[in-house]
Design a binder for this molecule. Structure first.
Ligand code: SAH
Length: 406
C-alpha cells in the first residue's frame, strides 16, 4: 500500500462536510471519479484513465475562512488543537473555519488537510492578533462587528501571498500596525487587501477592494507563463494538476501555428495565453471585468501580442461572432459548473471550428452539452479526467470534439 492509501483522518470531517470522500482510500476515490465521468461522458467517447495526484494533500492554493465568536450556549463548543488534543472553547472565543454543511454555523478549524499550510497558519495568526487590535468578528444577524472572512491565495511557484480581509465596514482601526504585525509573523505576505462587504449575502467578497499593502494582486507561473491574479478573478485551486489539464487541452487542440483560436470563459486568460504561441491569433471572452483586466495585463506581461480579450457574456459574444460570419479553427471552452447554454453552443456550431476542446468541472453538464454538439455536426473523440479536487466528489475533465466532415 503506497502513501496515497494511508488515510489521515480529519477531525472536522463530520461537521465540515467539505470532503465527501473522507475516509475513502485515494485509489478508491479515483475509481469513483472515473465511474462518474464514464456515466455521463462514456456514451459519447472513450474516457482515459483519470490522472491522480502523487501527494493529494494541502493542494488548495486558495483558502477561505469565515470568522465568528463562540456564543453563550452556542453551537461550536469544541475544537481540536494542532496536536489533536480536545480543548473546550469558552463563549467569546474568536473562531475561524467553514460553515457546517447547509447551515450558517461556523465549524472552528485550525488546519485542513487539503488547504495550503501557510494560508492556514496566516488565518490562525490573524485570529490571534484580533483581540489586541480590538477587531470584532462580524455578526451576520445584527450587522454588528467588523471581520467577516479572510481569503488567502498563494502562488505555488512564485510563493507570493495575498491576504484579503473581508470587513463589514471600510475602516480598519490601526490598519498600518495590523499590517505590520501580520507581516512580522508572515514576511511571505506580498499583498494585503481590505474588501468591503456590508451586505446580507452569502457571497464572500463585496465589490470594493482597498489595497492595504503591496500591489493588490499576486502573480504565479503556470505552464511557463506568468499570470496576475486579482482578488475577484477565478484561478484554478490546484496548480499541480492544472498544469496537466492545460497541457492536455493544448495537445487536444492540435495547433500548427495557422489557427485562429477562441478561449471562451477565459478567466485571466490562462488557456489562451498558454496556447497562443502555437496559433496564428486568439480571442478570449470572459464575463468578470476584473479577470478580463488581468487577462489583458497577462498578455502584455508575457509579451504575447496575437490574442485579444473581451468582456461579456460568452453566449452573446459567440452569437455576435456567428452573425458576422466569423470563423474559428479551435474553440477552447471552460464554462462554470452549470455548463454552457444554447446561445453559446448553437453559435459555436456556426463558427464551425475543426476542434472543440471542452474543459469542465462537472461531468453531468459536460455530458449534456456533448449531447447537443454531437447532434449538431461534432463527434466526441476522447475525454481525459484529471483529479483537481482530491477528497471531494468533484472531478475535472478535458474533452476533445472534432467536426464531422460533410
Ligand atoms: N478558463 C479559466 C476560467 C475558468 S472558470 C481558467 O482556466 O482559469 C469559468 C469562468 O467563466 C470564470 O472566470 C467566470 O467568471 C466565467 N463566466 C461565468 N459565466 C460566464 C458567461 N456567461 N460568459 C463568460 N464568462 C463567464
Amino acid at each position: 500500500m503506497g502513501e496515497n492509501n494511508t488515510q489521515i483522518t480529519c477531525p472536522y470531517a463530520k461537521k465540515c462536510g467539505g470532503c465527501e470522500y473522507q475516509g475513502m482510500e485515494y485509489e478508491r476515490q479515483l475509481k469513483e471519479k472515473q465511474a462518474q465521468v464514464k456515466k455521463y461522458v462514456g456514451g459519447y467517447c472513450k474516457v482515459r484513465p483519470i490522472l491522480g495526484m502523487e501527494n493529494p494533500y494541502h493542494y488548495r492554493n486558495k483558502v477561505h475562512a469565515v470568522f465568528d465568536i463562540v456564543k453563550k450556549g452556542g453551537a461550536p463548543k469544541s475544537s481540536r488543537g494542532k496536536g489533536g488534543g480536545r480543548k473546550e472553547l469558552l463563549p467569546g472565543t474568536i473562531i475561524s473555519g467553514v460553515y457546517a454543511a447547509g447551515t450558517h454555523e461556523v465549524v472552528p478549524i485550525d488546519s485542513c488537510l487539503i488547504e495550503d499550510e501557510t494560508a492556514d497558519a496566516i488565518i490562525r495568526d490573524i485570529r490571534g492578533l484580533m483581540r489586541s487590535f480590538k477587531i470584532k468578528t462580524y455578526d451576520e444577524d445584527t450587522g454588528y462587528g467588523l471581520l467577516r472572512h479572510v481569503l488567502v491565495r498563494r502562488g505555488f511557484h512564485s510563493g507570493e501571498v495575498m491576504v484579503v480581509l473581508v470587513l463589514g465596514d471600510p475602516i480598519l482601526p490601526s490598519k498600518n500596525n495590523f499590517v505590520k504585525a501580520l507581516r512580522r509573523l508572515h514576511p511571505e505576505i506580498t499583498t494585503m487587501i481590505l474588501n468591503v462587504n456590508s451586505k446580507k449575502t452569502s457571497m464572500v467578497l463585496g465589490e470594493r477592494n482597498i489595497v492595504l499593502y503591496g500591489k493588490g494582486y499576486i502573480e504565479d507561473e503556470l505552464c511557463g507563463r506568468t499570470f496576475r491574479i486579482s482578488p475577484h478573478s477565478f484561478y484554478q485551486v490546484n496548480p499541480v494538476q492544472t498544469e496537466l489539464l492545460y497541457q492536455k487541452a493544448v495537445e487536444y487542440a492540435g495547433l500548427t501555428g495557422k489557427e485562429r483560436i477562441v478561449d471562451a470563459y477565459c478567466g485571466i486568460g490562462t488557456i489562451g495565453l498558454i496556447a497562443a504561441d502555437q496559433a496564428r491569433e486568439g480571442i478570449g471572452v470572459e464575463l468578470n471585468p476584473d479577470a478580463v483586466r488581468d487577462a489583458i495585463t497577462n498578455a502584455k506581461r508575457n509579451g504575447i501580442r496575437n490574442i485579444r480579450f473581451y468582456q461579456g457574456d460568452a453566449g452573446e459574444f459567440m452569437t455576435e461572432m456567428a452573425a458576422k460570419k466569423e470563423k474559428a479553427d479551435v474553440l477552447f471552452m471552460d464554462p462554470p459548473r452549470s455548463g454552457s447554454d444554447e446561445a453559446f453552443l448553437s453559435s459555436a456550431v456556426k463558427l464551425s471550428p475543426k476542434r472543440i476542446v471542452y474543459i469542465s468541472c462537472n461531468p453531468e453538464t459536460l455530458g449534456r452539452d456533448l449531447g447537443y454538439l454531437t447532434k449538431h455536426g461534432y463527434r466526441a473523440a476522447e475525454c481525459q479526467p484529471v483529479d483537481l479536487f482530491p477528497w471531494t466528489g468533484h472531478v475535472e475533465c478535458v474533452c476533445l470534439m472534432t467536426r464531422k466532415e460533410k
